[in-house]
Design a protein around this ligand. Structure first.
Ligand code: SF4
Length: 394
């Protein structure tokens, strides 16, 4: 529910203005989140007649005020629909689409960087007009092209679950006219629904979240909507992967002592082997999580997780927030090792080969270890070097 509050300034701690129509500011507040979602300074505060402002009488002189407010509100929506492009190792220069208002989701993951889910739902609905999304994206792409900045992907990556948007298929179809590939980063929780699968089929690149395949672990890490069923979610993902012709990616986010246990990882590995994504990403929380007690597993655990998943997944990479150019040889051994370990752990032998190739020696690696950039980790008799991760995320 949205509330219109007459206030004496443009902040929530300012006193209420008793003159509703001619108040200094009219704030539109989301009653669920307590956040200001619209409104602002009332240009009719000094009007001499009528109730004035956005809450005024539509038949009076304030009609213009209401129209002006709607215009500003629409402009605000249009600018909040797209963001970026942001550099992404997965998608290059990715222009983000925020097709879901914050924060409406089917999950309330303990590590979510957008905070706890305030509106949890699994029923799909329209949120924005598809043509507004098209216009906002088109405008941003044209502006970026004029500045010489490329846009490699247009990506649905809202502060919530993108497949809750019932217009997703229409939006993808409209955006495809712009000639830029479309990606959707989804938690996959609605993929049991044939219509959702049908919508996602239109995209060029789809990512699904697979944090757990064990019911108890899934409930602990993703805290799903009570009407969701894990078996149906996993079956839906398998059905989708069999007919999807684009690039299917998965993302497994590890939270220490929540879903980083060996048994869960082996089960996830088995499931990924059946799903056969083009690429599977292993990630850890790198930004403040929804729950303060959540933190990233240490390097040894992340390395162990990588090695376990790697037994069943052909193409597996870290996604840890370090967006280095994987495997690009810059001629600078330190940069090369940082780039590669941002993507996966390096065996000691592989580092030796790299050092040899550039005519360097182990002193460089020792310096990097001393500088806390990388750290050695043992797994099944092999020594690896792993990028240092930030442990506490709160
Ligand atoms: S699915 Fe994504 S947006 Fe939803 S709670 Fe989990 S991390 Fe947050």
């Amino acid at each position: 529910m949205k509330l219109a509050i007459s206030a004496s300034a443009e902040s929530l701690d300012s006193p209420v203005d008793p003159l509703f129509g001619r108040c200094a500011s009219l704030l539109i507040v989301d009653a669920d989140t307590g956040e200001i979602v619209g409104g602002g300074r009332n240009e009719f505060a000094s009007a001499t007649s009528g109730r004035g402002g956005p809450g005024g009488n539509p038949d009076g002189p304030e009609r213009a005020g209401r129209g002006d407010f709607r215009c500003r509100e629409r402009q605000r929506i249009m600018t909040s629909l797209v963001f970026g492009p942001v550099p992404s190792r997965r998608l290059g220069h990715s222009l983000g689409i925020n097709n879901i208002p914050p924060k409406i989701c089917t999950y309330s993951c303990v590590y979510c960087q957008v905070g706890r889910t305030m509106n949890m739902q699994i029923d799909r609905q329209p949120f924005y007009k598809p043509h507004d999304i098209l216009k906002a994206v088109q405008k941003r792409i044209e502006a970026k092209r004029a500045e010489g900045e490329p846009v490699d992907y247009v990506t649905f990556v809202p502060d919530g679950e993108p497949t809750l948007d019932i217009n997703l298929k229409t939006e993808i179809a409209l955006l495809k006219q712009l000639g830029t590939p479309i990606a959707v980063i989804s938690n996959g929780s609605l993929i049991w629904n044939e219509k959702v699968r049908d919508d996602l089929m239109e995209a060029d690149w789809v990512s699904l979240k697979i944090d757990a395949v064990d019911e108890a672990v899934w409930r602990r890490v993703n805290r799903p909507h009570k009407r969701l069923n894990l078996s149906a979610v996993l079956e839906g993902a398998l059905t989708f992967s069999r007919s999807f012709e684009g690039t299917l990616a998965t993302e497994t986010m590890l939270a220490a002592d929540v879903n980083d246990g060996e048994q869960n990882l082996r089960q996830v590995a088995e499931f990924l082997a059946r799903l056969r994504p083009s690429v599977a990403y292993l990630s850890i929380p790198t930004r403040p999580p929804a729950e303060q007690w959540v933190y990233a597993p240490d390097e040894n655990v992340v390395n162990r997780a990588y090695q376990i998943l790697k037994t069943r997944v052909e193409h597996l990479e870290y996604l840890t927030g370090y967006e280095g150019e994987a495997f690009a040889s810059t001629g600078n051994i330190q940069e090369d090792v940082l780039s590669i370990t941002a993507v996966h752990p390096m065996r000691e032998e592989a580092i030796g080969t790299l050092l040899q190739r550039v005519g360097s020696d182990w002193a460089v690696i020792d310096q990097m270890v001393a500088a806390n950039q990388i750290t050695p980790a043992q797994y099944e008799g092999h020594k690896y070097y792993v990028r240092r991760f930030k442990k506490k995320t709160g």
